[in-house]
Design a protein around this ligand. Structure first.
Ligand code: CMC
Length: 458
């Protein structure tokens, strides 16, 4: 089989792991699964279950907090080689897609496995454009949020609420229902995101303009004021299109794992995607680009950088945000593309003090042994925040932009999970470390009304 072809599903074993249990002296042979296309190998955790000291024991499990070395699925969507800095969607290098493809073409590719033909692309674009409007009641719903609500909270809640507007979306085994839900989510996410933005700004909501491209329409809903037709800066349109492509998928990251895990209960995709948005919100994941900007603000001046770096190295929990990655242990390939994109955008808007601080931080960190020895390089979030800010997006909106793009990946991964016959409801095991059985002996005062009186006094 050539390396470019997808790997066949697990078939015959390609070898075995001989294990000896020193507690019992028993030997076991654990089959090694056939490798994936790029040579990834694994054993089935369930093949360890027969390893036990006595027949009534549960059997051996693997212990892997944070999934450091556990493959939770087989996937044909995205390939990452963290050591070599490679990222490919369905085999296509991210650099080529970022340069030549559109976001909707990539969204199709992620879901369907092949690039769309012209006819497929025209139809796909038409369907997504047709479904950009949201139910009017969603506007009322969004207006219930406080003026200073974080847009990620608003987005997460409104996507979850959409499941109540489309109750048939729960028929996830019906391919037609799955398709329309996927189209609706991709089409309506930019509209919801823009409505969240306008709400925080106290501006009237702008309805979709279906004459515009996906990205242009989004920028129009965000920024249009009194002009009858919004014309976005072409550099900003190109930058956002590329950023959406870079963020579209990233295999089994925290939020994708959340979508798969929640989706494995067979809930509707609106609820599963809302779970992904919640996971993305965290500062160690999608919230990092927002955190980079906060960090730069806190540093305030280039002269404060050495002291800041020393603080990070001091090991008191402070991190250089936008650096490091669970998978990339060399340069994040997305960061290289984004850095070049940042140069294009800054040619239009000019370089400011924050960018100078960022570039100096990067220079120092890349030459400091602390970061070099830990293989900590800038990740995609180090520069994206600076680009978004120079496009006048508020800091707390950055992760929303990430969520709009990642929806394409979440949905592709969700559908792949549903079609995977090996998948069941996600339900990890645990190693219990609490008390053994003990009798109940209350520590409360059980005299009549004692609880209520105490609560009132407090
Ligand atoms: N600044 C300073 N030290 C760091 C950093 C950092 N950004 N990241 C990791 N380290 C240190 C960490 O303290 C540890 O040091 P030691 O070995 O002395 O204890 C070592 O490097 C290994 O780190 P780790 O915590 O085991 O790495 P991880 O794979 O669990 O964490 C990470 C990955 C992305 C959560 C982490 O690097 C981090 O918190 N980075 C900052 C947040 C960030 O930029 N996140 C965006 C990730 S990319 C986009 C996305 O996935 O959404």
């Amino acid at each position: 089989m050539s390396k470019a072809e997808p790997s066949a599903a697990a078939g015959a074993s390609t070898g075995a792991l001989e294990i000896k249990d020193t507690r019992t002296g028993t030997g076991y042979s654990v089959p090694i699964l056939p490798p994936g296309t790029e040579g990834d190998t694994a054993i089935r955790a369930m093949d360890l279950r027969p390893i036990k000291q006595s027949p009534d024991e549960f059997g051996l499990m693997t212990y892997d907090p944070a999934f450091m070395n556990t493959a939770s699925c087989k996937s044909a969507i995205t390939f990452i080689d963290g050591d070599k800095g490679i990222l490919r969607y369905r085999g296509y290098p991210i650099e080529q897609l970022a340069e030549k493809a559109s976001f909707l073409e990539v969204a199709w590719l992620l879901r369907n496995g092949e690039l769309p033909t012209q006819a497929e692309y025209t139809d796909w674009t038409h369907q997504i454009t047709y479904h950009t409007y949201v139910h009017e009641n969603i506007k009322t719903f969004l207006q219930g949020f406080r003026y200073d609500a974080h847009p990620m909270s608003m987005l997460c809640s409104s996507v979850a609420a959409m499941s109540s507007f489309y109750p048939s979306a729960k028929n996830i085994q019906d391919p037609a229902e799955r398709h329309i839900s996927i189209v609706r989510l991709l089409a309506k996410l930019p509209t919801l995101a823009a409505f969240c933005y306008r709400h925080v700004k106290g501006l009237p909501f702008i309805y979709p303009d279906n004459d515009l491209s996906y990205v242009e329409n989004f920028l129009s809903m965000v920024a249009r004021m009194t002009e009858p037709k919004y014309e976005a800066n072409p550099i900003f349109v190109k930058a956002l299109e590329v950023l959406f492509i870079l963020h579209a998928d990233h295999e089994q990251n925290c939020s994708t794992n959340a979508v798969r895990a929640v989706g494995s209960s067979h809930v509707d995709p609106f609820s599963a995607v809302a779970a992904g948005i919640a996971a993305l919100y965290g500062p160690l994941h999608g919230g990092a680009n927002e955190a980079v900007l906060h960090m730069i603000k806190e540093i305030g001046d280039k002269k404060n950088i050495p002291a800041f770096i020393e603080g990070v190295k001091g090991g008191k929990g402070q991190k250089l945000m936008g650096f490091g990655h669970r998978v990339y242990k060399s340069y994040d390939p997305r960061a290289r593309i984004v850095k070049k994109l940042a140069d294009d955008v800054f040619k239009v808007v000019g370089v400011d003090r924050d960018l100078e601080i960022a570039l100096e931080l990067e220079r120092i960190a890349l030459s400091d042994d602390y970061f070099i020895s830990r293989k900590l390089y800038p990740n995609v979030d180090f520069y994206t925040g600076l680009i978004y800010r120079s496009m006048a997006f508020p800091t707390d909106f950055f992760t929303v932009l990430f969520a709009v793009a990642r929806t394409a990946g979440w949905l592709s991964q969700w559908e792949e999970m549903l079609n995977d016959k090996e998948q069941k409801i996600a339900r990890p095991r645990q190693i219990y470390t609490g008390y053994g059985e003990r009798p109940y002996q209350s520590k409360l005062d059980h005299s009549v009304g004692a609880q209520r009186k105490d609560a009132v006094r407090k």
